[in-house]
Design a protein around this ligand. Structure first.
Ligand code: ZN
Length: 143
């Protein structure tokens, strides 16, 4: 399962990032997953549960945000979503076409390949020994 290796490198990156803070509890982790990555949301959630077992992340919520596909064409200047083929043989799956919907030319993928952590909600130990919630800014990790 491809998702397990992706999620486990995300989790490794998160844990090393969190080691810089006095983290009491992690409430949630939000990840951005591009529609071109072919990563299944359910499989990722399942992998997250397994990979985080016994770590500071255990029990935290794993939120997945989709990043839609955006293509850019150098021939006609088109920039926008990919045309999607719906094939009844593939059930509910739809296949993005990686060619310009306007002129059929070669395109560059601008968005849709991201797999990164957008933010984390953590509870941190503060100096006056009460707890505070901190929202860490967006960080990107290569997966
Ligand atoms: Zn074009």
């Amino acid at each position: 399962m491809h998702e397990v290796s992706v999620v486990s490198s995300l989790v490794d990156a998160i844990i090393s990032e969190l080691s810089k803070y006095k983290v009491l509890k992690v409430n949630s982790v939000t990840a951005v997953v591009g529609d071109l990555t072919n990563l299944g949301e359910e499989q990722m959630a399942f992998a997250y549960e397994i990979v985080t077992r016994g770590t500071i992340l255990e029990g935290s919520e794993f939120i997945i945000e989709h990043e839609p596909i955006v293509l850019s064409c150098s021939s006609c200047g088109f920039e926008g979503p990919a045309k999607v083929l719906s094939d009844p043989d593939f059930g509910s799956h739809s296949i993005p076409v990686l060619a310009c919907p306007e002129c059929g030319g070669a395109v560059k993928v601008v968005k849709g390949q991201t797999c990164a952590v957008r933010c984390m909600d953590i509870e941190e130990e503060t100096r006056c020994s009460s707890t505070g919630t901190r929202r860490l800014p967006r960080r990107s990790f290569k997966a």
